[in-house]
Write a protein that binds this ligand. Structure first.
Ligand code: PRP
Ligand code: URA
Length: 206
């Protein structure tokens, strides 16, 4: 399932991020805010369990989250989405996948992996602002499945049809959430119109 969260606030903030004049501090702050807004929709179908709470007035039959949530940012750029989601889901645990895209071949290369225990019983949210060829996200999801993860959502800011198609082919069980579906990739694998290199814009490395 692909869900594009074209909410006016998300689109407004994303427009600000896309602007080439937006600097590192504002870029990161807006990414943080969009991640929080997306978390609301991405968490809509989280499983819940019945609980009985004693309020100051009486007993209340209600619900609480039934599963742990694990956030897995794809380094580096995915790191920029962690705090925004943790503001909404403060109990979420965090794992890490380190991948970089070879600039020539566009193939992802793994350099780091660290996950909390209990992936098999958790809802795992893979975070990366950019879904371009889809190679990085697909590799990260494969790594998580090998370690037992069964319920996985992919949360990105900007995607293109090429990336969405790859995830749908490689991982048809994974729900994809985007803030925007852009037009295409250019000849060097960047999203058009996109927002440029997300990692460089977050961390000021170019
Ligand atoms: C970017 C981005 C994704 C990947 C998307 O990371 O953050 O991880 O490219 O491209 P794909 O869908 O074609 O795989 P990059 O490899 O530039 O690393 P960085 O985050 O460290 O800058
Ligand atoms: N990675 C980025 O950071 N930006 C793109 O447009 C594509 C891949």
């Amino acid at each position: 399932m692909l869900k594009v969260l074209d909410h006016p606030l998300i689109t407004h903030k994303l427009a600000y991020m896309r602007d080439e004049k937006t600097g590192t501090k504002d870029f990161s702050q807006h990414l943080d805010e969009i991640a929080s807004l997306m978390a609301y929709e991405v968490s809509r179908d989280l499983p819940v369990k019945e609980v009985c709470i004693k309020t100051p007035i009486g007993l209340c039959d209600t619900y609480e989250l039934a599963k742990e949530v694990v956030l897995v940012p794809i380094l580096r750029a995915g790191l920029g989405m962690v705090n925004g989601i943790r503001n909404i889901i403060p109990t979420a645990k965090v794992g890490f996948v380190g991948l970089y895209r070879d600039e020539e071949t566009l193939m992802p290369h793994e350099y780091y992996a660290k996950f909390p225990e209990g992936l098999q019983d958790s809802v795992v949210m893979v975070l990366d602002p950019m879904l371009a060829t889809g190679g990085s996200a697909s590799a990260a999801i494969t790594m998580l499945k090998k370690r037992g993860a069964r319920s996985i959502k992919l949360v990105c800011l900007v995607g293109v049809p090429e990336g969405v198609s790859l995830i749908e082919k490689d991982h048809p069980d994974v729900d994809i959430y985007l803030a925007a579906l852009d037009e295409k990739l250019n000849e060097i694998g960047y999203i058009v119109p996109g927002l440029g290199d997300a990692g460089d814009r977050i961390f000021g490395t170019k």
